[in-house]
Write a protein that binds this ligand. Structure first.
Ligand code: NAD
Length: 498
């Protein structure tokens, strides 16, 4: 059995007391075991990070950027291997796994420009003989705790920026698909990052708690489900750390009567069922405005859904693969049952779905449910599977209020040909990321990613300038170099510019 070990300076030491199975969701078989670490292992990683970080921070930013350039080259050179490894542990298809890695790599591309980004601010002559300037300095040791659903992209969101800014970084990926994060860590070392600048530790709650409590870790970035995000935020902040903690989602797609329905349907099917719905920016709720729109939408959705091919992640003809574990399959199916009990009308039922010859895999068929209403638990909660719920709205204002009032506020999309409606929607909707005729509005790397409400706890978004702010502290220097001793004695009054 393949064993996935921690990647820390000096090796992981004795054989770990605890391990966790890593499944191939396409077949249901255990393909590896991953070590589950503890506070002692984490402390060893932190000590190694502390030893190397000052020299890394003092390395000039162009040299740090060159490591990022080389890392990018290495990831690109190993793309096929990484994507297949990812697909076999996560269950998403290989083409989608490449997208997962590529979107993370785009943040690394942004980080290649770190010398420019870190230049700081300068005011010449803020007063007589006085200059004011600011510099961004690294936090020191940062940590990232990442979810199973983007094992390539989300670690790179975090360490791409953190390392380029001069921090040392400890990554704690999901124990369900840990191999790609380990490979990325190896490639960063191969790219020239000094040992200890990036380390990868594995574990569950025990390791997460050790990270939250370690006094030398200054900033923690978390992405995962909302209850755990809230816990991480509270415990990390109570320990005096900087914390950003992204949580779950329930994104809505609003279909206005004037939308290009054919195009919207194609977009919706990809956004609802791609990656088996296991994306925090998936579109699991569609809101047709007006009964006519609803009927047209359903007529066009049904054949598209029936044409979906669900199969193994390595089969290039699969539109999507299995969900991540058998427990998650059971959970998604129980939400479908719950929605039916609550009064939802199932138009396509994905329960008890098994592609031929793949009886052991964790598959859920595409599911479409009509007449879902905002009072249902199955609407209120994240299902995180290939399930599309239809909530009919009589008018624009009702459609706008649905995502605005929902507990989650990650992403939302509106499909319309009406620029005024789109503009109003974008301005008024109470959600962090908005798509206009764009089903999955994940911002590009040099902008910034983050939801609102229970989709994100703490401050500042992921990547772009928000990421740079998160992984650095700003220091502001006020310098006076008078050419003679200033007149007057000691000042007992606060200096102003008046
Ligand atoms: P998860 O919350 O189960 O796990 C996330 C991380 O927390 C993992 O590293 C895991 O080991 C750790 N963890 C698990 N249980 C813990 C506990 N009790 N205490 C402390 N740490 C614990 O999430 P997941 O199932 O891996 O990922 C799916 C979730 O992540 C979904 O809710 C999805 O919406 C969300 N997500 C959000 C975003 C975003 O940016 N908002 C992006 C991707 C995924």
């Amino acid at each position: 059995m393949r064993f996935i070990d921690h990647l820390v300076v000096g090796g992981s030491g004795n054989a770990p007391a605890r391990k966790s199975p890593v499944f191939n969701p396409s077949t249901g078989q255990i393909q590896a075991e991953v070590a589950l670490g503890d506070a002692a292992l984490l402390d060893r990683a932190v000590q190694a990070a502390l030893a190397v970080q000052p020299a890394w921070a003092a390395t000039n930013p162009q040299r740090r950027a060159r490591v990022m350039f080389e890392f990018k080259r290495l990831v690109e050179a190993n793309m096929q291997e990484l994507a297949e490894l990812l697909a076999c542990e996560h269950g998403k298809v290989v083409a989608d796994a490449k997208g997962d890695i590529q979107r993370g790599l785009e943040v690394v591309e942004f980080a290649c420009g770190i010398p420019h980004v870190l230049k700081g601010e300068f005011t010449n002559g803020a007063g007589p003989g006085i200059d004011v300037y600011s510099m961004r300095q690294p936090i020191g040791i940062g940590a990232g705790i990442t979810p199973f659903n983007f094992p390539g992209m989300i670690p790179m969101w975090m360490f791409g920026v953190a390392i380029a800014c001069g921090n040392a970084f400890i990554l704690k990926p999901s124990e369900r698909d840990p191999s790609v994060p380990v490979r990325l860590t190896q490639l960063m070392l191969e790219a020239g990052a000094p040992e200890g600048v990036l380390q990868c530790v594995h574990g569950d709650k025990e390791m997460v708690d050790a990270i939250l409590d370690h006094p030398a870790i200054g900033a923690i970035s978390f992405v995962g489900s909302s209850d755990i995000a809230n816990y991480v935020y509270q415990r990390g902040a109570a320990n005096g750390k900087r914390v950003q903690a992204m949580g779950g989602a329930k994104n809505h797609g609003i279909i206005m009567p004037d939308a290009d329905i054919d195009k919207a349907v194609v977009d919706l099917v990809g956004a609802a069922f791609g990656s088996a719905g296991e994306r925090c920016m998936a579109l699991p709720v569609v809101v047709p405005v007006g009964e006519g729109t609803a009927e047209k939408l359903i007529d066009k959705l049904l054949p598209e859904i029936h044409a979906l091919n669900v199969g193994t992640s390595l089969d290039p003809s699969s539109h999507y693969g299995p969900v991540v574990t058998s427990e998650h399959k059971a959970r998604v199916e129980s939400w479908i049952t719950k929605c039916e009990e609550e009064g939802g009308k199932i138009l396509v039922d994905g329960r008890n779905f098994t592609p031929q010859g793949l009886e052991g895999g964790f598959y859920v068929g595409p599911t479409l449910i009509d007449h879902v209403t905002p009072d249902m638990d199955s609407y209120h909660n994240e299902i995180f599977g290939p399930v599309l719920q239809i909530v009919r709205a009589p008018d624009f204002e009702t459609a706008l209020s649905l995502p605005s009032k929902h507990q989650y506020g990650n992403g939302v999309a509106i499909f319309t040909r009406n620029g005024h409606a789109a503009r109003e929607f974008a301005a008024r909707v109470n959600v962090g990321m908005v798509g206009i005729n764009v089903p999955i509005p994940v911002p590009v790397a040099y902008h910034t990613f983050g939801g609102w409400k229970r989709s994100a706890f703490g401050d500042t978004n992921q990547h772009g300038m928000e990421g740079v702010k998160f992984w650095t502290k700003i220091k502001t220097i006020t310098a006076r170099w008078p050419d003679s001793t200033p007149e007057g004695g000691n000042a007992f009054i606060i200096p102003t510019m008046g």
